[in-house]
Design a protein around this ligand. Structure first.
Ligand SMILES: *[C@@H]1O[C@H](CO)[C@@H](O)[C@H](O)[C@H]1NC(C)=O
Ligand SMILES: *[C@@H]1O[C@H](CO)[C@@H](O)[C@H](O)[C@H]1NC(C)=O
Ligand SMILES: *[C@@H]1O[C@H](CO)[C@@H](O)[C@H](O)[C@H]1NC(C)=O
Ligand SMILES: *[C@@H]1O[C@H](CO)[C@@H](O)[C@H](O)[C@H]1NC(C)=O
Ligand SMILES: *[C@@H]1O[C@H](CO)[C@@H](O)[C@H](O)[C@H]1NC(C)=O
Ligand SMILES: *[C@@H]1O[C@H](CO)[C@@H](O)[C@H](O)[C@H]1NC(C)=O
Ligand SMILES: *[C@@H]1O[C@H](CO)[C@@H](O)[C@H](O)[C@H]1NC(C)=O
Ligand SMILES: *[C@@H]1O[C@H](CO)[C@@H](O)[C@H](O)[C@H]1NC(C)=O
Ligand SMILES: *[C@@H]1O[C@H](CO)[C@@H](O)[C@H](O)[C@H]1NC(C)=O
Ligand SMILES: *[C@@H]1O[C@H](CO)[C@@H](O)[C@H](O)[C@H]1NC(C)=O
Ligand SMILES: *[C@@H]1O[C@H](CO)[C@@H](O)[C@H](O)[C@H]1NC(C)=O
Ligand SMILES: *[C@@H]1O[C@H](CO)[C@@H](O)[C@H](O)[C@H]1NC(C)=O
Length: 698
């Protein structure tokens, strides 16, 4: 079209030049010119003429060539018909122009007209005829059917049912595609090299010829992904505590959107295709490796990503520290235990060793040394959820006092149990010896499983006193030793407390700590006791008689009913089964004896002989004092309070000699008596007065 217009504009100039030529050789040369464009576009089926005109010579011979092939030959003006190759299509005009009737596509060609007149030369003009059809029914197709990112290429091509294309243009989202490193524009197609996701979009082909213009579109989707998945837990934490809730999400770019699949512990988790896995109230069993697989269901492309989920639980309770002896009571083993939990707590004694530690249960064995004695050592228990600690202090055995308890077994043997308990950490092991030889468990001697108690069994009380016993408490940090000298049945202190009316008395007594006692006889001298309902059976005795029997554990008793107008004497006799010990001091209750009421009345009455009386009185007082002195010099066995006080402050390794201080002569332990010592009193029971025994310990 454009060029037809251009030609039209040039035509006057062209004609001018042609005319000037014709005037120059008007009678001597044949001049041929085109009467229209030499470049002709025609639509198929139309009538088109390649028009020429000539001058300078009449009736020249005309020959039209299609390319090099002559198709029409005629001499203008001759009566002979023209020689035409294809009469259906071609016709020659009187003035030499060539007309195409219903021009077919096959007529497109270069045409040359050659005119000759003998003697007047030859003239030639070239024409180009292009025959077009309208473009119709354009379709686009793609090769291959699906485009995947990363493949080598894909091709878009058009096909038309009909029409001749003079020009094709490809566009991608409105921009023209030109051959480049990415595109290859070919005849009827365009090739996209190494397609990627950015090549997704609308492709347009625009086809033109001089007679019409057609566009066709195609939407192309490049399949891609999954890309590298992003796997994360929310909330984001390095670990989760039992019972917390979290969600795992796994996503990646891709088209179509990839689907997710979760795997844990070798099993695929159900209902998790969305890529979000909600975990509520997590258990430690849910900790571990989670793998997410993302699949592009169209391309079957898949990607995996894994993460480790830490779910922790603190061990129950608190760490427990202890110290034990190890390697035969030579080394110290510090122990720290806080087991359970996930993961196990890391335990260490940083003050003792900063290189070794243990999980859940940690033992550290060290040689015992003085600087460990009394040192408080902390076990650091480190768990991701909680840090905790416990303390332990190793202590060598402390000074202690042995205790002695006496019972009678079913065979009637006296059983003396000696306890040696020394505060120590680790617990002290007690070894026992009798004199210089070690005591082994057997029939006579029994050592408790924790070694702190030695039981001695014997019928014969005197056997208990032949040897000193020694207990040695030992742990890796030290030793404490005590000697125990058993003592016969004895009373160290006794008192008597009457009630207000003087009808009931409470007798209390104490026993030295190492005394072997299985029971007490409560003895009385004086008138008989009144019976409860006052039916009096009065009688007097000047001999002590046993009125109650008390077990070895008893330290007090009540005696009733007394006549406040009469005088009674009481004493307590300690017993080791058949063997009696020294009686306690005698406690008297009742009106005075030495200075009777009538005597005092006489003093008041006889004033004249008061001087004499005073003398007498002085003499009496002297006598009394003398008597008392004698009495106190006669040392009783055992010594009372002084002993008790001495024992409580005792710290030297031989406490027994304090207990022997007051012993005048060993009592006859073998004097047999028929009264069984171990009988609880058969006297009527009554509600005793408030205990007054505390007064004796002051
Ligand atoms: C072309 O020429 C033929 C013969 O002269 C005539 O019958 C026909 O109608 C013409 N066609 C057109 C489109 O003018
Ligand atoms: C030549 O002849 C044809 C048909 O006779 C006519 O249409 C055309 O105009 C002529 N051309 C010239 C240049 O005279
Ligand atoms: C017509 O001639 C031109 C040059 O004049 C040439 O380029 C073209 O190929 C020719 N066309 C045909 C169909 O022979
Ligand atoms: C796609 O286009 C975006 C934006 O222009 C670019 O950042 C990205 O690198 C391109 N992707 C590819 C695969 O070329
Ligand atoms: C997971 O929890 C979120 C919010 O906590 C909820 O929106 C989502 O639907 C849950 N997903 C599943 C699979 O239960
Ligand atoms: C811990 O180890 C370092 C180096 O081994 C040492 O110098 C330091 O005394 C140790 N601390 C304790 C408390 O043992
Ligand atoms: C520590 O000692 C205790 C008692 O002997 C034992 O039960 C425990 O297994 C020991 N712990 C380690 C870690 O050896
Ligand atoms: C252990 O001892 C340290 C100081 O020695 C003290 O701060 C800490 O509270 C103690 N821990 C326990 C559990 O008693
Ligand atoms: C008790 O033992 C002593 C000393 O071994 C002995 O002299 C005495 O005869 C024994 N008494 C009895 C009743 O066996
Ligand atoms: C028991 O020890 C005391 C004091 O050390 C001593 O006097 C006594 O002789 C010892 N008794 C025996 C039987 O060794
Ligand atoms: C009172 O004495 C009588 C005879 O001595 C006796 O039978 C009775 O049981 C006594 N009553 C009480 C309450 O002791
Ligand atoms: C004791 O003697 C007084 C007077 O001497 C008398 O009143 C009282 O009843 C007597 N008590 C008893 C229990 O006999």
């Amino acid at each position: 079209m454009t060029w037809l217009d251009g030609f039209g504009r040039l035509r006057p100039v062209f004609l001018g030049i042609l005319l000037s030529f014709s005037f120059q050789g008007v009678c001597c040369e044949l001049v041929v010119s085109s009467a229209g464009p030499t470049w002709v576009n025609a639509i198929a089926g139309s009538n088109v003429t390649l028009a020429v005109s000539f001058s300078g010579a009449p009736d020249p011979a005309v020959t039209w060539f299609k390319g090099n092939l002559p198709v029409v030959t005629w001499t203008i003006g001759s009566s002979a018909p023209p020689d035409i190759a294809n009469r259906e299509v071609l016709r020659i005009e009187q003035n030499g122009s060539l007309t195409f009737v219903n021009v077919p596509l096959s007529s497109s060609s270069n045409y040359t007209v050659e005119m000759t007149k003998s003697g007047l030369g030859k003239a030639v003009i070239k024409f180009t005829l292009r025959v077009f059809e309208k473009i119709q029914d354009v379709t686009l197709s793609m090769q291959p059917d699906f485009v995947r990112e990363g493949t080598d290429r894909f091709t878009l091509q058009y096909s038309i049912l009909q029409g001749v294309v003079e020009n094709q243009m490809w566009l991608f989202t409105g921009r023209e595609i030109k051959t480049s490193s990415h595109y290859l524009v070919e005849q009827r197609s365009v090739v996209i090299l190494k397609p990627n996701r950015n090549d997704t979009g609308r492709y347009t082909v625009s086809l033109t010829n001089p007679f019409n213009h057609v566009q066709a579109h195609m939407d192309v989707t490049v399949l891609y992904g999954p890309d590298e998945p992003a796997l994360e837990a929310r909330p984001s934490q390095s670990f989760y505590v039992l019972g917390e809730s979290l969600s795992l999400s796994c996503r990646a770019e891709g088209f179509p959107q990839p689907t997710a699949e979760w795997e844990f512990g070798g099993q695929t988790l159900p209902d998790s295709r969305e890529g979000v896995l909600n975990l509520t109230n997590v258990q430690t069993s849910q900790g571990g490796l989670y793998t997410c697989t993302l699949v592009n269901e169209q391309t079957n492309e898949r990607r995996q990503k894994s993460m480790i989920l830490n779910i922790y639980e603190k061990p129950p309770g608190n760490p427990i520290c202890s110290v034990q002896s190890a390697n035969g009571n030579v080394d110290l083993q510090y122990r720290c235990r806080w087991s359970g939990g996930t993961p196990q707590a890391q335990l260490s004694f940083p003050a003792l060793s900063n290189t070794s530690s243990g999980a859940g249960n940690f033992n550290l064995t060290l040689a015992a040394s003085d600087n460990l004695n009394g040192k408080t050592v902390t076990c650091m228990a480190v768990h991701p959820v909680e840090q905790n600690q416990c303390n332990v202090t190793a202590l060598g055995p402390m000074e202690f006092l042995p205790t002695v308890g006496t019972t009678v077994d079913s065979e009637g043997k006296i059983v003396v149990a000696i306890h040696c308990v020394s505060a120590a950490s680790p617990e002290a092991v007690v070894s026992w010896s009798k004199g210089s030889e070690a005591v082994a468990s057997g029939i006579t001697y029994q050592i408790s499983s924790d070694t702190t108690q030695l039981k001695i069994r014997n019928y014969n009380v005197s056997n208990f006193f032949q040897q000193n016993y020694t207990c040695t408490c030992r742990n890796p940090l030290g030793t404490q030793r005590r000697q125990i000298q058993l003592q016969g049945p004895s009373i160290s202190d006794s008192s008597l407390f009457p009630n207000q009316e003087g009808t009931i008395v409470t007798l209390t007594w104490e026993v030295p700590p190492t005394s072997v006692v299985t029971g007490f006889d409560i003895q009385m001298k004086g008138p008989d006791l009144l019976s409860r309902n006052r039916t009096q059976t009065r009688g007097t005795s000047d001999k002590y008689r046993t009125i109650q029997w008390k077990p070895g554990s008893a330290r007090s008793t009540d005696v009733f009913v007394l006549d406040p107008n009469l005088t009674y004497r009481f004493r307590v006799i300690p017993r080791a089964r058949m063997t009696e010990g020294e009686p306690s001091e005698v406690h008297r209750i009742g009106p005075g004896e030495g200075l009777s009421g009538p005597a005092i009345a006489g003093i008041a009455a006889g004033i004249p002989c008061s001087l004499l009386f005073l003398l007498l009185l002085a003499g009496l007082i002297y006598l009394c004092v003398y008597c008392n002195k004698n009495k106190s010099r006669q040392t009783r066995y055992p010594v009372s309070r002084a002993v008790e006080k001495a024992i409580t402050t005792q710290s030297d390794p031989a406490p027994h000699n304090l207990l022997t201080g007051g012993l005048k002569s060993p009592p006859d332990y073998n004097r047999l008596q028929q009264t069984p010592s171990e009988r609880s009193g058969a006297l009527p029971t009554f509600v005793p007065p408030p205990p007054v025994r505390v007064a004796t310990t002051v």
